[in-house]
Design a protein around this ligand. Sequence first.
Ligand code: QUE
Length: 355
Amino acid sequence: MSEAEILFEIRDGLGLMTLNRPKALNALSHGMILEMERVMPQWERDPAVKAVVLRGAGDRAFCAGGDVAGLYREMRDNPSGTVRRDFFRDEYIVNRRIYRFAKPWISLIDGINMGGGVGLSAHGSHSVASEKFLFAMPETTIGLFPDVGGGYFLTRLPGALGTFLALTSHRLKAADALWAGIVHAYVPSAAFGDLQAALGAADLSGPDADRKVDAVIARFAGDAGMPSLPAMMPDIDRCFSAESLAGIVDRLGKHPGEWAQKQLAALMKLSPLSMAITLEQLKRCANRSFEDTMTIEYRMSQRCMQKGHDFFEGVRALLIDKDQKPQWNPPTIDGVTAAMVEEHFRPVSNDLFFD
Ligand code: QUE
């Protein structure tokens, strides 16, 4: 018998969830998502659970993202199946449940946290990073877009930082993520066990449970070091606040210094269509509710699952064949039309709405 991909345990008043696919960097499978969807309402009601603590098994990752390689294989081997429809739908339902969760939702992030992993942590009440923390929204690398509520939290970051992170897949360590507000505290990895024990021992009852959790975390918080983003923000704001993708490329090209040329070179490797729909996603999601954002992102996901989309080519090149040479369609930013972008935002027959 194979081991469960996600572990659930109630101990010392805490609902402990452990993403348990360490060899796959705890990439989130549809099965794990469905298990979370099943357990979350139970724990929300259960008086024996005062808070949820989410962790990743192994010593490398919290969660590398959605299991897009598994999704790819399943769609290839069973093209008429329902996973195309249901994977993103169920993932976004879980993201929204976390956003609205009635008890503290505490992610202890001791390693890689990208894409789908960010959707499990960033929308909760507390996320704690260690020295091994590494964040990115890397979806433009595989022909997708920064989903799982990326349209919500990226549009609430300072200046043009969200656009920068969304388009370039730029990685952040703990000090920068803390500065940006993507995580709420820095705690050294070695103290995670003691932090969890202290949460278990603490009184977290009452309407100010979140403040009580803050106080416990503060007892273990360390110094994440100097962030690098503050010095980068003037360049980010100048180049990534342009209205269009062509405008961003133009500004980077004219911007003095090595940094801009590096960003430009990075963008040239990514899916032009992904970058264009991502920019439009951020425009449409700015100042929208979490639920509206998920409706928009679900429509986008369904367009990306259609035959011939860059998503399949990106997953193939990066995660299946691993040739690292995706052939994007269209191959250049100039080739992306307004109509191609607009298609990603049309209502779908099985739209995802929340009340
Ligand atoms: C962009 C992504 C993902 C990625 C690589 C990208 C992603 C994801 C994985 C991944 C990593 C390790 C695994 C796995 C999947 O890689 O979302 O199954 O074992 O889950 O460039 O968005």
